[in-house]
Design a protein around this ligand. Structure first.
Ligand SMILES: [Mg+2]
Length: 144
């Protein structure tokens, strides 16, 4: 399956959830910290032959996002940032903050109830993760 992850408040946030440990390299280059559990979760999903996408409404560049994950020793298969989303959705005739089927994504993981509602309205699957969910990786693995 192709599984996409939101970035802000799902995998990246300051002071909302515990974060993966960082090393000197991360400090030196000021690389954004990711949620604790992300590394193991991505490895498990890869082992299960899933493709991992990042689907964010942020304008961070594709390379900046790729580099964040690469610096933690994990790779993602595809990055969809706001620029890419807008370019593609322009061709369809409706408004949606995220529309995973447009990129052949099977399931999208996010923190936003708005995205969940869009999923119900436009017929795509979501898993909504609370920032307070300490067991968030299990929540995802069980749903998948
Ligand atoms: Mg978010």
């Amino acid at each position: 399956m192709k599984i996409s992850f939101d970035l802000d408040d799902t995998l990246i946030a300051k002071n909302k959830f515990t974060l993966e440990k960082i090393n000197l390299f991360h400090k030196l280059f000021g690389i954004e910290r990711i949620r604790k559990g992300t590394i193991d979760l991505f490895r498990i999903l890869k082992k299960q032959k899933h493709k991992i996408y990042i689907y964010t409404t942020s304008y961070r560049s594709k390379w900046r996002i790729k580099w964040i994950f690469y610096s933690y020793g994990i790779s993602v298969d595809c990055i969809i940032n706001q620029q890419k989303h807008l370019r593609k959705i322009k061709k369809l005739d409706f408004q949606c903050s995220k529309f995973p089927p447009m990129f052949d994504i099977d399931i999208h993981i996010d923190d936003s109830q708005g995205v969940k509602m869009e999923g119900e309205k436009y017929g795509f699957k979501t898993i909504i993760i609370s920032e307070k969910d300490e067991d968030w990786t299990q929540t995802i693995l069980k749903s998948i």
